[in-house]
Write a protein that binds this ligand. Structure first.
Ligand SMILES: Nc1ncnc2c1ncn2[C@@H]1O[C@H](COP(=O)(O)OP(=O)(O)OP(=O)(O)O)[C@@H](O)[C@H]1O
Length: 303
């Protein structure tokens, strides 16, 4: 594997008494869509700002394409499209003015892609930024980040405020970016968004990356709600001893429990030893899986 597109080694950041980042280690390789997940205040925006050279790391080092994110920030900005969490636009400039201005900064004039992107995102380029709704401001920011075809997209909660149709188009645009050889780092506190587009996920909690997983591996851990109704009384204890099975409850001959995908087979075989009159198994939202594994003191792998 060549030089990673993004590399953070032991990155720390302190704001007064607040330790926003406590040693973030992160590697994102070319062609990845890396989902950077964490609850509010975990430090996602701070990490992205350090990667973009907008904030200087305390200790540790952040690199893009093998170059120091802070020392080489001007040169790196030409290679990266960035959408910040709170989109900053010039209130009196229209969408078209923004395109010309950003295109000029990149030395490319008005990129031919801009008009097509506006159409795909259903964005009126004649309106001044101050006349745009929050969702339309977000669309303009995405357009500006995408139109120069950067090698890397760094997106801070990019689809907040976008309606479902535009979100879908945005996901298609990300897929096209990756097909062209691009890379994406996308932060979110909503797992459902990230799971649609990311290939790998890093979970940030209180300023530390507590887990990095392939999306498939996270799916394998995904919790299932299992409910089995028996014909008669059955003891609960044996079900609780199946590795990974949690929250076992037995009431009026109905077993209810949660199980990761990998525990389903032994659990169902145990259930089948008794006369079953009804069975229900539904996959929990990944959000719930995420909370079950990563927000408990046991931390990752606590299953
Ligand atoms: N400029 C600043 N001055 C003081 N504290 C800050 C500053 N920027 C961030 N923080 C603090 O650092 C911590 C991490 O904030 P950050 O914005 O990086 O989190 P986040 O994961 O992006 O959260 P959210 O999902 O709510 O945007 C928080 O406790 C926040 O209050």
């Amino acid at each position: 594997m060549g030089t990673p597109v993004i590399r953070c080694d032991g990155v720390t950041k302190r704001f007064g008494a607040t330790e926003a980042l406590r040693g973030v280690d992160l590697v994102v390789d070319e062609g990845e869509v890396f989902g950077y997940l964490g609850p509010n205040g975990a430090g996602k925006t701070t990490t992205l700002r350090i990667i973009m050279g907008l904030t200087r790391a305390g200790d540790g080092r952040a690199e893009l394409f093998g170059l120091d994110a802070w020392a080489h920030r001007d040169e790196l900005h030409r290679r990266v499209g960035y959408v910040s969490g709170d989109v900053a636009l010039y209130p009196r400039l229209s969408g078209r003015d923004h395109i010309d201005y950003v295109g000029h900064l990149h030395g490319v004039g008005r990129p031919p892609e801009a008009a097509a992107l506006a159409e795909r995102l259903d964005l009126d380029l004649d309106k001044q930024a101050r006349q745009l709704s929050r969702g339309n401001r977000q669309k303009l920011a995405l357009l500006l980040a995408l139109m120069t075809r950067p090698e890397l997209l760094v997106l801070d909660e990019p689809s907040s405020g976008l309606d479902p149709l535009v979100q879908r188009e945005f996901h298609v645009l990300l897929a096209e970016h990756v097909t062209r050889g691009g890379t994406v780092l996308l932060s979110s506190h909503v797992l459902s968004e990230v799971q649609r587009v990311a290939t790998r996920i890093g979970v940030l909690s209180a300023g530390r990356v507590v887990a990095v997983e392939q999306l498939d591996a996270l799916r394998a851990k995904s919790l299932h709600h299992v409910e089995a109704q028996f014909d008669g009384a059955v003891q609960a204890a044996p079900f609780a001893s199946v590795p990974g099975v949690r929250d076992v409850r037995m009431e009026d001959g109905v077993l209810r429990c949660d199980a990761p995908q990998t525990s389903l087979d032994p659990l169902l075989k145990l259930i089948a030893r008794h006369p079953v009159v009804d069975l229900n198994c539904t996959e929990a939202e990944l959000e719930e899986t995420f909370l079950a594994y990563y927000s408990t003191p046991g931390g990752p792998g606590a299953a």
